[in-house]
Write a protein that binds this ligand. Structure first.
Ligand SMILES: *[C@@H]1O[C@H](CO)[C@@H](O)[C@H](O)[C@H]1NC(C)=O
Ligand SMILES: *[C@@H]1O[C@H](CO)[C@@H](O)[C@H](O)[C@H]1NC(C)=O
Length: 812
């Protein structure tokens, strides 16, 4: 169509003019057409027939055909229509690439005339290609420290189309950090560049995704896309950071060694080696660093030394965290040690008394002490206590001071020593306690008199004891101590029958042993009442008394004494009468004896020791009665001589014998006659009256004679006694005091006996009536009745009245 106009007008104008001339020559046979690319096959290009000046149908007749030089025919002829049409779909980019315009030349031959015509078809561009990038995805790596303004060239895009349809512009999707700048190269191409607008931070965004778009100018516009991935490279621009600005942890002081108490953690926002954190203890002089260990990789804090609340209540640990390249951060760990009740209370004795007198008043202070517990809080709260049974109490004072005081009076005799255990218990759970011993001696006060073991004592001493022999001992016990318990004994001053007690017995003041100073005689006195005083040596001293009865025991020291029949004064044996007509069992006489001893020692038995006519008489073992054993016969001798032995039951027994004569006669005159026979001086021829006169005279004579003898004997005895008193000691042992025990009784018996004899004599009966037995009983009863007299006799004897009684005895 208007191809000429497309020639450039300037520079090569001359050349063009030449060329135009040639073309003009050819133009006579040259045809020009234009057709867009990519049009369908068979599309109309130009009306050849008309341009050739032929009838449309004449084309076939004239043999019109396209001549080409071995190339693929892009066009063909439509003979029916006489037009040039496309033989195939035509791609301009394939045919001409970027060159423009795109012209296809060929020739048409008219066979009939052999005319050649030149045909030029221009293929016009349509926007059938989009811009395309060489790589769809672009990887970029930029350090986070890159400064803004930094440019990174990007891969360009290409568009196969030409002209307006080719690449026109680039665009970048909006983002915070990057912008796009397009440079036009010297060749006219456009080169996109990425420009860093704002600093990158890997820690904020490590990866940026960008989209680069390329647009052409066609209608419609086509575009191409390239994805750009920008990786931000890490730089160690962050120090490690601890999770807490300061760590606090509380640990009981008894936490075992090796326990992990805390883990510190520091994080580093960087990456890789830049984020590799290690932990270190900041070394400070002091022991804190030795108590804990920090695991450098894990951040664990472990106890390596025993904690002690009482040493340090808290610990401060300075810790550094360091990343690979060496950026540091510090933090502080405060370890608070919690108190555990691991300390028992402690005692501090301020003042202790070791000894108090037993009479100290209640409230006396024994000790002052202080208790202390090294723990704190409730663990250091202390309670002190005492065993309940003790007479002490604790008084609390200020500042955990306590006073130990007495509550009750003390008694050394009950408890002389106290081992007081004071227990201090703290308030922990479980609680701990400590004991303290306070030893207290109770000193003695003389508050106890000596005490005898019995309220009274009785001691039995056999008579005839040795003088100076120990006879008894008393013992008094004093519960006090030392001098207060040192007992001395003494006898209370007292007189017995005018003689001081000290002349009878003495006492050893230290031992309490009593000694007899006399040989006691039971027959003299039978008991002695004493008071023994025991006195301690305290100041003032205390004493107590006890009564002591000394009872003298009888010994068989007196032989029986025969009172009847008494020996006649002239030395001959006594005569008893027995009628020849006496029946067997007739009481001839009775042997009467006494023993001044008592009991067994005075229990007498009688037996016939010797008789001139054995078997004629018997003697009552206990009564002493002499009886006929059978009837008297004429052949029996007139005079029978008997020996009776009296024996007591002492150990050994003592005995006495008496010898007397029994005259056997039919009547008193016989008896008297017999007596006359016995005593030749007597006249046997007297009548009854004469006999009585004789008897009376004889009796009076006898009494007188006896009286004279008694007087004589008295004189002799007085003289003898005065001699004795002068020579021998006048001790009472020498006095035979109770000589006359029962004397009155015997006298009474004998009087009764004689009275009855005289009565029967007065009645003038042919037979003498002899007394009946049982006088022994009378004697015994009288004797018992006269016991008092016995004692009074002893007393009278002691009082020196012995002589009269002695004379009485002699008289009897
Ligand atoms: C006191 O009593 C304690 C315990 O009861 C004991 O260990 C200590 O030996 C006693 N002290 C004396 C002097 O008796
Ligand atoms: C002991 O006996 C003496 C004298 O007999 C007397 O004065 C004193 O009071 C008695 N003491 C006692 C404790 O009986």
């Amino acid at each position: 169509m208007a191809a000429r106009q497309k020639f450039p007008p300037c520079g090569r104008l001359v050349l063009l003019c030449l060329l135009l001339a040639a073309l003009w020559e050819a133009a006579a046979g040259q045809m020009r057409y234009s057709v867009p690319e990519e049009i369908d096959k068979g599309a109309f290009v130009g009306n050849i027939a008309k341009d050739l000046g032929l009838e449309p149908l004449a084309l076939a007749e004239r043999g019109v055909r396209i001549v080409s030089r071995g190339r693929t025919q892009l066009f063909s002829l439509n003979p029916r229509m006489g037009s040039l049409i496309t033989a195939d779909r035509i791609d301009r980019e394939e045919l001409c690439a970027q060159s423009a315009p795109c012209l296809v030349n060929f020739n048409i031959l008219l066979e009939d005339t052999l005319n050649i015509y030149s045909v030029e078809v221009e293929i016009t561009d349509i926007n059938d290609n989009a811009p395309r990038f060489g790589v769809e995805q672009l990887e970029l790596k930029i350090s986070e420290t890159t400064t803004p303004g930094f440019r990174i060239p990007l891969k360009s895009a290409h568009d196969a189309d030409v002209g307006e349809n080719t690449l026109q512009k680039y665009e970048l999707n909006p983002n915070d950090h990057f912008s796009l700048d397009v440079r036009s190269g010297a060749d006219g191409n456009k080169y996109p560049e990425l420009v860093l607008q704002r600093a990158l931070d890997r820690e904020e965004e490590a990866l940026h995704h960008l989209l680069l778009l390329a647009y052409d100018g066609g209608d419609p516009v086509r575009s191409g896309t390239s994805r750009i991935r920008v990786t931000v490279l890490d730089v160690n621009d962050n120090a490690p950071a601890f999770t807490q600005p300061e760590y606090h942890v509380s640990v009981p002081e008894n936490t075992p060694i090796g326990t992990r108490i805390l883990t510190v953690t520091a994080t580093d926002a960087d990456d890789g080696y830049n984020a590799q954190v290690a932990y270190f203890l900041e070394k400070k002089p002091g022991e804190t660093s030795e108590v804990f260990e920090l695991k450098s990789t894990s951040g664990d804090i472990v106890i390596i030394k025993k904690l002690d609340y009482e040493d340090a209540k808290f610990h401060e640990i300075d810790i550094e965290a360091q990343d690979g390249p060496g950026l540091l951060t510090r933090t502080k760990v405060i370890v608070t040690v919690l108190d555990i009740n691991d300390n028992a209370p402690e005692f501090y004795m301020t003042s202790v008394t070791s000894s108090v007198p037993e009479d100290c008043p209640p409230g006396t202070i024994i000790a002052l002490f202080n208790v202390h517990d090294r723990d704190s809080g409730a663990n250091s709260f202390i309670e002190c206590s005492l065993p309940e049974s003790l007479p002490f109490k604790l008084e609390r004072s200020v500042d955990n001071y306590y006073r130990l005081v007495t509550t009750n009076p003390l008694d050394r005799e009950q408890v002389s020593f106290y081992n007081i255990t004071v227990t201090a218990t703290d308030g922990g759970n479980p609680s701990l306690s400590t004991d303290a011993q306070v030893l207290l001696q109770v000193s003695d006060i003389n508050d106890n008199p000596p005490a005898f073991l019995h309220t009274s004592y009785s001691a039995y001493i056999p008579e005839n004891n040795l003088r100076g022999a120990s006879i008894f001992s008393v013992m008094a016990y004093d519960p006090d101590s030392d001098n207060n318990a040192h007992v001395t004994y003494s006898l209370a001053e007292k007189t017995i029958q005018g003689t001081p007690v000290s002349s009878f017995v003495s006492i050893n003041s230290d031992t309490g042993v009593l000694y007899a100073l006399h040989s006691f005689d039971f027959e003299q006195f039978r008991d002695l009442q004493l008071w023994v005083t025991a006195r301690d040596s305290g100041d003032p001293s205390l004493s107590s008394n006890v009564s002591l009865s000394l009872l003298v025991l009888d010994q068989n020291d007196n032989a029986p004494e025969i009172l009847y029949p008494a020996l006649p004064i002239d030395g001959s044996t006594g005569v008893e009468l027995a009628p020849r007509s006496a029946e067997p069992g007739y009481l001839v006489t009775k042997v009467v004896a006494v023993d001044r001893d008592s009991g067994q020692n005075a229990w007498l038995s009688y037996r016939l020791l010797k008789a001139s006519e054995p078997g004629l008489f018997t003697v009552g073992v206990h009564t002493g009665e002499v009886r006929t054993a059978r009837a008297l016969q004429d052949r029996d001798a007139l005079k029978q001589s008997l020996v009776v032995a009296v024996q007591d039951h002492g150990q050994p027994p003592l005995s006495a014998t008496v010898t007397f004569t029994v005259a056997v006669a039919d009547s008193i005159p016989d008896v008297l006659a017999d007596l006359g026979n016995l005593e030749p001086s007597r006249d046997s021829d007297a009548s009854d009256v004469t006999l009585y006169l004789v008897v009376a005279v004889a009796a009076v004579s006898c009494v007188f004679l006896a009286f004279v003898i008694v007087l004589l004997a008295l004189r002799v005895r007085r003289w003898h006694q005065s001699r004795l008193l002068q020579t021998a000691s006048a001790g009472m042992a020498g006095v035979r005091g109770s000589h006359f025990v029962g004397v009155d009784g015997v006298r009474a018996f004998l009087q009764t006996y004689s009275h009855e004899v005289s009565l029967t004599a007065d009645s003038r009966k042919s037979h003498l009536i002899f007394p009946q037995p049982n006088y022994a009983d009378t004697l015994i009863s009288q004797e018992s009745c006269e016991k008092k007299d016995f004692v009074s006799a002893s007393q009278s004897l002691l009082e020196g009245k012995g002589e009269e009684t002695v004379s009485q005895v002699n008289y009897l």
